[in-house]
Design a protein around this ligand. Structure first.
Ligand SMILES: O=C(CO)COP(=O)(O)O
Length: 254
């Protein structure tokens, strides 16, 4: 079963309204493959979601970068899944390593968030990935399997999930995983899904790579059989994001 290539742009905590408008107009002018070849989702900070949603071309979609773990209420500073649904925001990124590390989000908490967001009708880009220390100690697969298990224990509808494998040591460092390194983890994750969820979910779930992806390294990564797209940080704020979207052609021609 086909896995449509998926390219997400995680803008993180960046931008002014002027800069956001500029990025959106660059994206709107970009020549990219059609939606049956590549699904594109950009994720601005919460405050810019309505602006981006109203100005962005209709073939690109928006994602929030986080949402609260359950129904809204007395949770100062949080934004609920219901609010995103209310604004017709279709996607949310959950479990990004910056939130896991800096804000102390545990595997279980991320799993709960993913399940709740899906229960409210959102689609989720769920992030997993090991630190440098974990990689060097040989526990990469155990770490990403545990992170994925916390999600799998709580989620039934995998059609709403894209897994983003983002090795922490590759994020914002310019140190991209080699195509072989990324492919190895993606293949292991797919195998994990096959054994622990189902062959069908393993075959149909998109597993995308994130960590220092740019216009120069995207094609080789996209050529790997188990890499189904990218979650892009820094380069998603630049015109080269269009080149990264175009790397979907590599898959189409494979
Ligand atoms: O964290 C990332 C996307 O979520 C990756 O960030 P960079 O592309 O800046 O390394």
């Amino acid at each position: 079963m086909g896995r449509t290539f998926f390219v997400g742009g995680n803008w993180k905590c960046n931008g002014t309204s002027e800069e956001v408008k500029k990025i959106v107009s660059t994206l709107n002018a970009g020549q990219v493959p059609s939606q049956d070849v590549v699904e594109v989702v950009v994720s601005p900070p919460f405050v810019f979601l309505p602006l981006v949603k109203s100005e962005l071309r209709p073939d690109f979609h928006v994602a929030a970068q986080n949402c609260w773990v359950k129904k809204g209420g007395a949770f100062t500073g949080e934004v609920s899944a219901e609010m995103l649904v209310n604004l017709s925001i279709p996607w949310v990124i959950l479990g990004h390593s910056e939130r896991r590390a800096i804000l102390g989000e545990s595997d279980e908490f991320v799993g709960d968030k993913v399940a709740y967001a899906i229960s409210q009708g959102l689609k989720v880009i769920a992030c997993v990935g090991e630190t440098l220390e974990q990689r060097e100690s040989g526990s990469t697969i155990d770490v990403v399997a545990a992170q994925t298990k916390a999600i799998a224990d709580r989620v039934k509808d995998w059609t709403k999930v894209v897994i983003a494998y983002e090795p922490v040591w590759a994020i914002g460092t310019g140190k991209v995983a080699s195509p072989a390194q990324a492919q190895e983890v993606h293949a292991e994750l797919r195998k994990w899904l096959q054994v622990n969820v189902s062959a069908e979910v393993a075959a149909s779930t998109r597993i995308i790579y994130g960590g220092s992806v740019n216009g120069a390294n995207c094609k080789e990564l996209a050529g790997q059989p188990d890499i189904d797209g990218f979650l892009v940080g820094g380069a998603s704020l630049k015109p080269e994001f269009i080149d990264i979207i175009k790397s979907a052609e590599v898959k189409k021609n494979a």
